[in-house]
Design a protein around this ligand. Structure first.
Ligand SMILES: NC(=O)c1ccc[n+]([C@@H]2O[C@H](COP(=O)([O-])OP(=O)(O)OC[C@H]3O[C@@H](n4cnc5c(N)ncnc54)[C@H](OP(=O)(O)O)[C@@H]3O)[C@@H](O)[C@H]2O)c1
Length: 237
């Protein structure tokens, strides 16, 4: 158990985060999985426990810096190290700029942008001390292309892109790799049931995204894949 690499995945109760938790645990990682809904994490844990793989779950609302600090304390008390953080927790609204309420705007920015920054900040000193670490940010093709009904979401992901690029430059000297994963439409509950019914065949599957995340993590050389853009073969919806 001591030799296992430690990965912390935020937003692991559903979609890409859930698939990643399963894939990382299948590949011998010690997975720390967090999100707001413990009940959903428990079903994930049952599935991973049944295969005798290693997962620990905990409640963590990334939009709360206090929650994030508490989570990291739990991880470090158990392992005293972290190999990989996957900033995956994310929400959107699919509403126009005019329709978004102030509450929705605050929630999207606090979760996608601030939550990821809080999570980075909480692991960074340990990664610097270790002289290695990997931070994967799950962005979105909204940072590459303009889509309607995604203004606040695009602002949150583009903000995180800018943050990550600076983070990478500052931390190369510490052996810390920062990778931006930029997916297009993926078949997860972030989409409405109607959209999923209509486009499920076209969308990428979270399990396939998860395999790519594991590949990035297991890279053994002095390369950093700074940006990975993933689109369905048939293109954006
Ligand atoms: N699906 C796509 O087409 C697509 C495309 C590009 C990028 N992405 C990005 O991929 C990431 C994962 O999304 P998904 O598609 O897998 O959607 P999802 O199935 O809705 O999963 C989102 C996850 O984030 C968690 N979450 C939401 N707010 C949170 C908070 N404040 N604190 C902690 N966890 C929180 C949710 O769990 P709880 O409700 O339990 O907290 C859930 O586990 C997001 O960053 C999303 O922007 C998705």
């Amino acid at each position: 158990m001591k030799d296992k690499k430690i990965v912390w995945i935020t937003g692991a109760s559903s979609g890409i985060g859930r698939a990643a938790a399963i894939e990382f645990s299948n590949n011998g990682f010690h997975v720390f999985a967090s999100s707001r809904k413990l009940a959903n994490l428990e079903s994930l844990k049952n599935e991973i426990d049944a295969k005798n793989n290693l997962i620990e779950i905990f409640e963590c609302d990334v939009s709360s810096s206090t929650d994030v600090e508490k989570c990291v304390k739990i991880i470090f008390e158990k392992t005293n190290r972290i190999d990989c953080l996957i900033n995956n927790a994310g929400i959107t609204s699919f509403k126009s700029a005019a329709q978004n309420s102030v509450n929705e705007i605050d929630e999207i920015i606090s979760t996608n942008l601030l939550g990821s920054i809080y999570s980075v900040k909480s692991v960074l000193p340990k990664m610097i001390e270790q002289k290695e670490g990997l931070i994967i940010n799950i962005l979105s093709v909204v940072v590459k292309k303009t889509f309607q009904y995604s203004s606040v979401y695009a602002a949150s992901k583009s903000g995180l892109l800018a943050y990550s690029n600076v983070l990478r430059e500052e931390n190369r000297k510490h052996g810390i790799r920062v990778v931006n994963v930029i997916p297009g439409a993926t078949d997860t509950p972030i989409w409405s049931d109607e959209k999923r019914k209509e486009f499920s065949n076209r969308m990428m599957k979270p399990e396939n995204i998860a395999k790519i995340l594991v590949d990035v993590t297991t890279e053994k050389n002095n390369i950093v894949q700074e940006e990975i853009v993933l689109r369905p073969i048939e293109g954006d919806l």
